[in-house]
Design a protein around this ligand. Structure first.
Ligand code: UD1
Length: 432
């Protein structure tokens, strides 16, 4: 199990510009694994999840579920059995929620199955304030009595939740998932309007349906759920991680297409591929589940706007920015989802990138090359952007606060070393 070491800061040191080639296997999706694990709260029967990635966030969710009373067993590599037979606590403590905001995903399932939940209120995070007001508003509409006191959300529904018409005024991924999970055991029909359409929402719906839930419309912005009395256990395989896939696709493009990507979810990355094409990069299938990413021309600058699925994901914004920082000409990226998701810009500038931020826009003027420096990983995806930058930069790059990377990228240093990268981890004692 992955964990954070106390009293030390961990760094990743990359000696850049090594030739990368070989095959990388894309892991199971973090953003499917977390809601799918939370969905195991909805039944007293065993839930078996396959292709579960070994990530810090998955370990955090495991700790949270074990705190609630789960028995979790590793059956074989990447295959886990999760079972909640006897509850020991209906609380998600601050220590775990502060590590991972997605802990909020246990709120809907605990409340709908047990009529009570106490979940620490997630605080702000490095990419923005990220409130959970839409989750709470919808649960209140479903009849929950919710109060927020002393930093905790107290939710009660002793007589169960009822099906209602929920309209999110903003598309929210975990909000949609939380309400979908609450609605599967609610009394009557719930309609979620302006629902998130991400593949991870669809994956969760597929899993819930195998457990006996009645759900229609997942993958569209209108999901209809008819509550059932009880859900059963299930065996379910986590879908491939489209963000990890997109991250390695960027890397492959920067290294002339010599990296083959296996278990690559082509269907989830349509829009991203359109953007690649505009830059002059093609994603070509080489077998049923393998692709190569190639460019047969000089790369061109581009304008990218982040937007909810099926459009360009905010979770790939930082990685594309690194790529565009070495593409000749002027590119622009508008970040529409999170208000503070340009924390990687000052770090990229330390490597020599020429980027100016004005509000939601980053203006990128391509430079000839990046040069190694010491930088910080400011959030999960920004840390991936730093790794890509370090791999293309001249000389050594040392990335601090690398635990962000372990939250969402399985075995990244091993995967990179297999491709021929010079990557090593180290620790520095925290003084003072
Ligand atoms: C999920 C993903 C994360 C991704 C994000 C956007 C998981 C575990 N995480 O996060 O990787 O970056 O979607 O694609 O799946 N908002 C509110 N009130 C709410 C909820 C959200 O104002 O109650 C706002 C957020 O601040 C943000 C926007 O809505 O500006 C979208 O956030 P949301 O889709 O909820 O992100 P997460 O589900 O937390």
């Amino acid at each position: 199990m992955l964990e954070i070491r106390e009293g030390v800061v961990e760094y990743l040191e990359i000696d850049g510009q090594k030739e990368l080639k070989g095959t990388v296997r894309i892991s199971g999706a973090k953003n499917s694994a977390l809601p799918d694990m939370a969905a195991a709260v909805l039944t007293d029967e065993p839930v078996v999840l396959e292709n579960l990635p070994y990530l810090l966030d998955v370990s955090t969710m495991r700790s949270l579920l074990e705190h609630i009373g789960f028995d979790i067993q590793e059956l074989s590599e990447g295959v886990f059995s999760l079972r909640l037979k006897d509850i020991s606590s209906l609380e998600a403590p601050y220590e775990l929620v502060s590590r991972m905001r997605a802990s909020i995903l246990v709120l809907g399932p605990m409340l709908t199955r047990f009529g009570y939940a106490k979940v620490a209120l997630p605080g702000g995070c490095s990419i923005g304030t990220r409130p959970v007001d839409l989750h709470l508003k919808a649960l209140k509409q479903m009849g929950a009595d919710i109060t927020v006191e002393h930093g905790f959300i107290y939710a009660k529904a002793p007589y169960g939740l009822k099906g209602v018409h929920v309209r999110f005024n903003k598309k929210t991924v975990t909000g949609t998932e939380n309400i979908m999970m609450a609605a599967v055991l609610a009394d009557g029909e719930t309609v979620i309007e302006n629902a998130a359409m991400e593949p991870e929402v669809v994956d969760l719906a597929n899993m819930l349906k195998k457990m006996g839930a009645n759900i229609k419309g997942e993958g569209t912005d209108r999901i209809i759920i008819k509550g059932v009395k009880k859900l059963s256990g299930v065996k379910h395989r986590i879908i491939p991680d489209r963000i990890e896939a997109g991250t390695f696709a960027v890397l492959s493009a920067l290294f002339g297409g010599s990296i083959v990507l296996e278990n690559y979810p082509v269907r989830y990355l349509d829009y991203v591929h359109k953007v690649f094409n505009k830059i002059g990069i093609d994603v070509v299938p080489i077998s049923e589940n393998q692709v190569a990413v190639r460019s047969s021309q000089k790369l061109k600058p581009v304008y990218i706007q982040t937007k909810e699925y099926p459009y360009f994901p905010t979770d790939l914004q930082a990685q594309f920015m690194t790529m565009l920082s070495v593409v000749e000409g002027r590119s622009r990226i508008t970040e529409n989802i999170f208000e503070n998701r340009f924390m990687h810009v000052p770090e990229l500038k330390r490597l020599g990138a020429d980027i100016t931020v004005r509000g939601k826009d980053a203006f990128i003027k391509g430079v000839e090359k990046l040069t190694g420096a010491q930088v910080k990983a400011t959030d999960l995806r920004a840390s991936a952007a730093m790794v890509i930058a370090g791999l293309i930069a001249e000389g050594k790059t040392r990335i601090y606060d690398i635990y962000h990377l372990d939250r969402g990228y399985e075995n990244i240093d091993a995967k990179l070393r297999l491709l021929g990268a010079s990557v090593k981890r180290g620790f520095e004692e925290i003084s003072g």
